[in-house]
Ligand binder design. Structure first.
Ligand SMILES: Nc1ncnc2c1ncn2[C@@H]1O[C@H](COP(=O)(O)OP(=O)(O)O)[C@@H](O)[C@H]1O
Ligand SMILES: O=c1ccn([C@@H]2O[C@H](COP(=O)(O)OP(=O)(O)O)[C@@H](O)[C@H]2O)c(=O)[nH]1
Length: 390
């Protein structure tokens, strides 16, 4: 009569446990994969595809080993079943609980346990990976949302700035406050809003003449008027004339800014330049000298009056400029032709005016005239520029 040892009983129970765990884990894994495939988008499916093949590869050795062991244990199982039957026969019964089928009576081994554990771990990581993919997709979505919001905010800010800049160029004849100008408004004391609106500024050719103090802007502009029929409008001259004009509301303000070498508020200067252009209805070519001296002035003039065709930029080294200004000081009677004001004007030119030249350089709208030379030579350089850009 075949006998069944305690060891064999324990082995049998463990085998059953492992087989059942294997089945449960396999079913869960299959259910998980099909759910993921259904739910996920293409990217996730690709990811899962890779995860599945990774999992299959990692399971292959364990599954092979499990199958080998199952085959090997079936021998022991048969022996055990026989023994069970023998015991039952002795008791006069047929078929026992142990005869529940050869497929179930198997013994576990360490590789089999490892196979199940590897299956469980793989399923766990599969879950984890799927969560990671979801997290990544969420992070990407959040980032896109944030970028979209930033872009919208930027566009709104740009719109606001443009609107403000346009508002600042509205003409308001009666809007001047006690200081003589309304910040943000370009006023005219001589022309009505209707006259301003009807004036064809955009049909006029405007050339800005820029350069450091004493670089020869005025001198060369005078020659260009003579030879090419331009109207020369010097912002500095217009300001000085307004400063002297009897009854001017901004005279004192201008005097202060000029002496300090600072830039007079653009509303005042653009108002004077615009009126001066309207005084020359018949002319279509303007040299605007010493303006714009800051980016603020440039933007306000472009929005409220017109764009320039190009810039004549007079470039000169500082020692020559000092020498010329100190010479001019002997006869000019200007409050700013002295060394203290000059130093301040150089600083303002570097910090506020040169950026305007740099901005136009970006658009190839600058012709640079080297003016470290005699009057004749510099004018000849100026004419070359004009021919190139006309
Ligand atoms: N190339 C030059 N060589 C010598 N002196 C010059 C030259 N160009 C201009 N000047 C003189 O230098 C001074 C400044 O010139 P100006 O045309 O008034 O400069 P800006 O208008 O740029 O301030 C004037 O006295 C002018 O006669
Ligand atoms: O658009 C302008 C032009 C001139 N100025 C003032 O006028 C002074 C003299 O300018 P101008 O062009 O007559 O002389 P430059 O310094 O170029 O020789 C400057 O220093 C500024 O104080 C100004 O405020 N805005």
């Amino acid at each position: 009569m075949p006998s069944v040892s305690i060891g064999e009983r324990i082995t049998y129970s463990l085998t059953q446990f492992i087989i059942e765990s294997h089945e449960i884990a396999t079913m869960s894994f299959q259910r998980l994969v099909s759910r993921q495939l259904l739910k996920s988008n293409t990217r996730l499916v690709q990811g899962n595809g890779m995860a599945i093949s990774r999992l299959q590869n990692s399971l292959a050795p364990s599954t092979q080993s499990l199958n080998k062991n199952l085959a090997c244990y079936s021998t022991v199982n048969k022996k055990y079943t026989k023994a069970q039957k023998g015991v039952a026969g002795d008791k006069g019964t047929s078929g026992g609980s142990g005869g529940s089928g050869g497929g179930r009576g198997r013994m576990p081994t360490v590789p089999a346990i490892l196979a199940v554990m590897s299956l469980v771990f793989s399923a766990f990581y599969m879950f984890k990976d799927s969560d990671k993919n979801k997290e990544m997709a969420k992070v990407q979505k959040d980032e896109l949302e944030q970028e979209k919001e930033e872009l919208i905010a930027m566009l709104k800010e740009q719109d606001k700035l443009e609107k403000e800049s346009k508002d600042k160029t509205v003409s308001d004849k009666d809007g001047a406050d006690t200081e003589g100008y309304v910040p943000g408004k370009i006023v005219s004391e001589r022309f009505s809003q209707k006259e301003i609106d009807e004036f064809p500024f955009d049909k006029k050719t405007v050339v800005f003449v820029l350069g450091g103090p004493g670089s020869g802007k005025g001198t060369n502009s005078a020659y260009l008027v003579r030879d090419y029929g331009f109207v020369h409008l010097s912002a500095g001259d217009l300001l000085r004339a307004e400063q002297k004009r009897e009854g001017s509301k901004v005279g004192e303000l201008i005097a202060h800014y000029i002496k300090e070498g600072q830039i007079v508020p653009y509303e005042v200067t653009i108002g004077l330049l615009r009126d001066a252009m309207m005084d020359h209805k018949e002319s279509d070519k303007f040299l605007i000298d010493g303006f714009p001296r800051s980016m603020e002035q440039k933007v306000a003039f472009e929005n409220g009056v017109t764009n320039c065709k190009f810039v004549l930029y007079f470039e000169c080294i500082e020692p020559i400029l000092v020498e010329r200004i100190m010479n001019r000081a002997k006869t000019s009677g200007r409050s700013d032709d002295n060394i203290d004001s000059l130093k301040k004007r150089f600083k303002v030119f570097q910090n506020e005016s040169y950026p305007v030249v740099a901005e136009y350089l970006k658009y190839n709208k600058v012709c640079t005239v080297n003016c470290n030379d005699s009057v004749d030579k510099v004018y000849s350089n100026t004419k070359e520029c004009l021919e190139k850009f006309k």
